[in-house]
Design a protein around this ligand. Structure first.
Ligand code: GRF
Length: 232
């Protein structure tokens, strides 16, 4: 991986990134939009989908981005799929791999190869509600608060150190669908912000699995406030 640390990293030019998707691609679109309007200093080298029918591929093509499909159904096991994926990703020499609705469990070797250089976004306030169907599970649990988290990817699925979260209130009349919409709106602010921090060299994961933000140990995830565009 390219080393993306360093306080003045952005002065070396935009951070090369590769984005992995499996479906709708709305977070991808948010990243594309922020990049296109000059708010996000990244160079999206490629968008790779695990599914040939992912609608996010159309967003990428519309934006003139290079797209690749590594169809997981054509590989006999996780390791051979991950190896093909890794070879493809590395051919673009990214400094950061961005999982944006990438619906595959990744093998430890793959995850460790990108350690400290791979982010994921998850629709819950981790460590609460890892896994699938988070919105319904939040309602079933009677939680008053929900949200989304951006975290570094580690071998522990949805369990890596959390960088940034956005919170939404759960109302009595919320359904899984209304909650999903509210959380997704926050995701589209949250992910570009976390990527921005990484691109500027403001966050990194140390060898002990702890996040540093602006040179200080991040004891708790940062929270993106509801009413402003981003913390500074
Ligand atoms: C998002 O809810 C994200 O948190 C989760 O998968 C979903 C992807 O949505 N990991 P989209 O494909 O970006 O629209």
């Amino acid at each position: 991986m390219n080393d993306s640390r360093g306080a003045n990293r952005v002065q070396d030019g935009p951070l090369p990134i590769v984005i992995l998707i499996s479906g709708r691609g709305s977070n991808l679109q948010a990243i594309i939009d922020k990049t296109a309007n000059g708010e996000l200093p990244v160079d999206i080298r490629a968008v790779i989908s695990s599914r040939p029918d992912a609608t996010g591929l159309a967003h990428a093509r519309q934006a003139g981005l290079e797209t690749r499909v590594i169809d997981h159904t054509t590989y006999e096991d996780r390791e051979t799929f991950d190896q093909a994926l890794q070879t493809c990703i590395d051919s673009y020499r990214p400094g950061l791999v961005v999982l944006a609705g990438f619906m595959r469990i990744l093998s430890p070797g793959f995850v460790n190869h990108y350690r400290g250089h791979m982010l994921n976004i998850h629709p819950s306030l981790l460590p609460d509600f890892p896994g699938l169907n988070t919105h319904q599970r939040v309602i079933d649990a009677g939680s008053r608060e929900h949200g989304a988290s951006v975290h570094f990817v580690t071998e522990d699925t949805d369990g890596g150190p959390v960088v940034l979260q956005a919170r939404v209130a759960v109302r009595a009349d919320d359904t899984a669908n209304t909650l999903a919409a509210k959380v997704l709106e926050q995701e589209h602010r949250l992910y570009p912000q976390a990527i921005h921090w990484f691109a500027e060299g403001r966050i990194f994961l140390d060898e002990n699995g702890r996040i540093h933000l602006d040179g200080n140990l991040l004891e708790h995830p940062e929270t993106l406030s509801e009413d402003t565009s981003a913390p500074c």
